[in-house]
Write a protein that binds this ligand. Sequence first.
Ligand code: SF4
Length: 429
Amino acid sequence: MRIHLKTLGCRLNEAELETWSRDFQARGHAMTGNAEEADLLVVNTCAVTEEAVRKSRKLLGRSSRQNPNARLVVSGCFASLDPNAALEMEGVDLVINNQDKERLVELVSEKLDLTVMAEAATEPEATGLLERGRQRAFIKVQDGCRYRCAFCIVTLARGEERSRPVREIIAEINRLYGEGIREVVLTGVHIGGYGSDIGASLAGLIRRILNETDIPRLRIGSIEPWDLPRDFWSLFNNPRFMPHLHLPLQSGSDSVLRRMARRCRSGEYRQLFKQATRQVADLNVTTDIIVGFPGETEAEWQQTLDFVEETGFGDLHIFAYSPRQGTKAATLPDPVSREVKRRRSETLHRLNERLRRQTLKRHIGRTFPVLIEGQGVRGWGGYTPNYLRISLETGKGGSLENRIVRVRAEGLSADGRELRGRLQADRTQ
Ligand code: SF4
């Protein structure tokens, strides 16, 4: 069969698509990038916001209309939170909820009676990540979360924590490295909780990846500012473990954090930030901020602005609060008006632009090993180890795509959103 996979939402959803692609090929099926010629369509949905649910529904509708003859399977958070609504969507043949995602290919083969063409079952060809212009691979290491932050629907959609075995993760990274991938990102719902169910730990996993693979660049995805393993900072002594952390703060006000049922107050976060930046050279910390959580007063909002100003984040991901049915926050009183949310978001975006520019300026004059991810309007582009975007003039030489080259930062782009650099001809990796 020819199979087409689509996804919305987070890196975890993307990582799951890579695994399904491999598993389908191992059963002799062919992957196609063209939905209209596929015999089977699989859509991995998202439900982090009402908007994400709307987009998931729209994608399912379009997929069914684009190719009404194909079988249509839906999985992901929208389908897990509301399986009946997903099954009622036009053209949907099967719903696989998040808890069964690891077995999706097996269940689809069984329930839709997919013919396994054993003779066609080959060692799955390369993931096609590089062909698809992707130099970084997302590796799912765990799923689910034991916590119940008041605004979070993910913990309800993805269930209890479950970790992948260490050897399986290492085997996947070695395979991807063999295929030319130079950078992997460990991702999950609550990766700080990795191993809690299998007697392992995130620090242990990272140490084994650094010891048992040759992957040049290892990153971790978003990690909550608690449950960090004790000996975490020493792991960054290995130059292959990239000095960037995305540590969601959500609010700088303790009274808001309390209503959010977050496990980290502003004082603890400040402590953690100081400890991290003291112990890890060049560490870039980025974060998430929710604007307009129910009941957020002007004074509480000012606390968030002051906290962001004093802390010096490398970049902010800014989300205007949107209520999610089923979460505790959706039942809280005193919703913040759309107008106030818009005004506060604008203020925070302006502050972020100023702080990001300051962070970038501090790196001018320095030279970094950069994994070139492709060529855009600004020439070749990629990220420094501490996850700062940098682009460089397109030289006369051959393609730099998927190469780790040394680049000297010489200035900022006109919009101040990234560094501009020059290739250092002396050493390439
Ligand atoms: S820790 Fe993260 S995934 Fe878990 S409930 Fe809180 S926000 Fe959601």
